[in-house]
Design a protein around this ligand. Sequence first.
Ligand code: FAD
Length: 485
Amino acid sequence: KKTAIIIGAGIGGIASALRLAAKGYDVSVLEKNSEAGGKMAQFSQEGYRFDMGPSLFTLPHLVEELFALFGKRMEDYLGVVELPMTCNYFFPDGKKIKAWSDREKFLDEVQNSGVTRQVVEEYLEKQSFLYTHTADFFLFNSIHKPSTFVGDAGKKSLKALHKLDVFTSMHQRNQKTFGESHLVRLFDRYATYNGSDPYRAPATLNMIAHLEHNTGAWFPKNGMYGILNALKKLAEEESVRFLFNTEVTGLVTSGREVTGVRTGDCIYPASVVVNNTDITLFYRDIMPNRQKLRKLMKRERSSSALIFYWGMKMKSELDVHNILFSNDYEAEFRGLFKTKLFADDLTVYIFISKKVVSNDAPDGCENWFVMVNAPENVGQDWEEETTRARELIISKINSMLNLDVEKKIEFEQIITPEDIEERTGSVHGSLYGHSSNSPMAAFLRHPNFSRKYKNLYFTGGSVHPGGGIPLCLASAKIVDGMIDD
Ligand code: FAD
């Protein structure tokens, strides 16, 4: 039997493990931490459970596909619900917008936001067009293989190239469409779904809104980590082996082939190796290559996050996903990508899984995941930055939600970009590898295969097609298509 080694048990690694197991490989996943998940982690303390990383879940069919590989059904492992509201928005001038998943209800909600119903409807249709004309080419194929360009997906995207809005920024397009309306801010925010800057990222990325507004926002009945648990359980049933506390320190090669991976003194032989660690870490620590490392380090990285996990002794009027916008969004992104320090006012994201998962907090309490976008870790004084951000966040919540929030916090844990880097190996703590702030970013991402070694592949959020759960799953699918049975 052919042997596959996966380096890293992030969601991209587990999806790759499943796909190779389905091809008949004998698969082992080597993970440096004591548990699976990488950025997608959870913890429980003092009666509260928190998802530590991702909280937004779209395109559940990509998870379903992994069960179907083995003739199994996702619903037997993972229950999901469709959320009636994608996000509950609060603006600094007191305006509130509930972004209902139902198109008509959302249009009703925004009709007094200074634009006509038709403008919003046309905008959402445009995002649907962008997605359907780019997804096959950019997300589910390798754009580093010439065959993709001449295939059907490539032809479809090239035909629509003039409509893809590559040379306008997300913000410019949104402002042109919505003028002074609050909807500019609401749709600009989608840039943060891959850690980018709406004032520079190409307007093509406005299509991210299509996923939530046109295809639906979902939530697992037992929390985001439920996705990971379900996939891991499936993998174990299909004889995938997980080796935890096992850090890969190098590769063993012979000519143009990788013959195994090294963990300290041990060698694990392999006929195929799939790397799921951050690509920059890979060329720094696992297969050192100064030239590639220098090139990767030169490119702008995506943003990171500062997160406060609060056990709250209260029941709020909030929803699962809530956003409290800052006054000056542009200043925030200057802070994230230029000065690399927090701005003086911050957009605050509050995620409460207890709204769906009743066991996630004791009765009468809520588990608040309070996050602000943070710059990548370049050695800032995180203690000082955290103290400053915490004050800003608390005063913002107090004034916008009319609360005395500090009095309600009975449990607190904090993670900084430095902690994210330390725990997941994501270089500089970036959540999504490199940023997508330029029209060329999609093409500059590392391919899903190695040009040097014919049996070495790459999956996960730092390589093509990018970060976030759906794209990590897409990367595993692309790798699958490149490996023979
Ligand atoms: P990773 O999660 O990066 O895992 C890589 C694994 O490799 C880790 O377990 C690490 O320990 C291991 N590793 C590293 N070095 C070695 C080594 N030498 N040997 C062995 N193992 C090693 N995405 C969304 O879709 N929606 C969201 O709402 C969202 N919000 C987020 C919020 C936060 C706070 C964070 C942190 C991330 C968020 N993301 C979100 C991004 C999403 O979590 C990631 O894109 C995705 O989980 C990355 O998966 P991955 O496959 O790249 O692997």
